[in-house]
Design a protein around this ligand. Structure first.
Ligand SMILES: [Zn+2]
Length: 255
């Protein structure tokens, strides 16, 4: 085999470097915060490692159970039987895919402390509850772009908050606030019985995570992305649409 061909075949990032305007050094220089090590977290981390993101921190307090296995690509029966922490298993297994440095953080996002967020350049919301998403949104606003994802069965959504754009909380209705208050008891504990298990498909998970990371890639390369907008997917009719989220004057996160 000619030496020149052998050389390009030995570079794991060669084929993406062929994309017009690609900057592998810029991708490698990013430090990603992935909030949530469930279905979306697994997929997002997989893509970030494949792309060569330099550092990835994964935050999750939860342990793996068998019901996670239909949509978490890095988890297996052994992890579920052992009740391993999601963040630890994800960091360990995903590190086998590529050279990214992956740091597991076992804990709640609400408890990591303000200084923690200063270590990152981009954040990914891979969470299953509104309270944690709002906390992440407030911590990231004005500091780093946030790529937030959510799924429910055949339906998926990915929202981008960047620069001075509208944020996750801008899009909240009175009804959302009411539900949020209902979910917390008077002592601030999350009431799980008001949080029924949502339907979740691996197919919708892959699509939403791919859009979250695609938006990240565009932003790293200075391309116009979906800041202040969200991508919405209906897997039943196969239609996806982009909607603008107006900046709400009464939003508590920003002026
Ligand atoms: Zn807002």
């Amino acid at each position: 085999m000619p030496a020149a061909i052998k050389k390009v075949d030995e570079d794991r990032f060669d084929r993406q470097k062929r994309v017009d305007g690609w900057d592998q050094a810029a991708v490698g220089g990013t430090r990603a915060l992935v909030a949530g090590a469930g279905a979306l977290g697994n997929e997002v981390v997989k893509l970030l490692v494949q792309l060569g993101v330099g550092e990835i921190a994964v935050v999750d307090y939860d342990r793996i159970v068998a019901a996670n296995l239909n949509r978490c690509v890095f988890f297996n029966d052994g992890h579920a039987k052992g009740g391993e922490y999601k963040a630890e298993a994800l960091a360990r297994e995903a590190a086998k895919l590529g050279p990214s440095k992956i740091i597991p953080v076992v804990g709640k996002l609400e408890d990591v402390g303000e200084g923690f967020f200063n270590a990152f350049t981009h954040a990914f919301g891979c969470l299953d509850n509104l309270g944690a998403r709002l906390s992440l949104n407030a911590h990231c606003y004005g500091k780093m772009p946030l790529f937030d994802g959510g799924t429910a069965g055949f339906f998926g959504k990915a929202q981008v908050v960047a620069g001075g754009s509208s944020c996750i909380e801008c899009g909240m209705s009175r009804q959302d606030y009411k539900l949020l208050w209902k979910k917390y008891s008077c002592v601030g504990e999350l009431l799980d019985f008001l949080d029924p298990k949502m339907p979740a498909l691996p197919t919708t998970t892959s699509l939403v995570a791919a859009v979250q990371v695609n938006e990240f890639i565009k932003l790293v390369h200075g391309r116009e992305g979906l800041a202040g907008k969200y991508w919405s997917f209906n897997g039943l009719d196969g239609i996806s649409r982009v909607f603008r989220v107006p900046k709400r004057k009464s939003c508590p996160v920003h002026p």
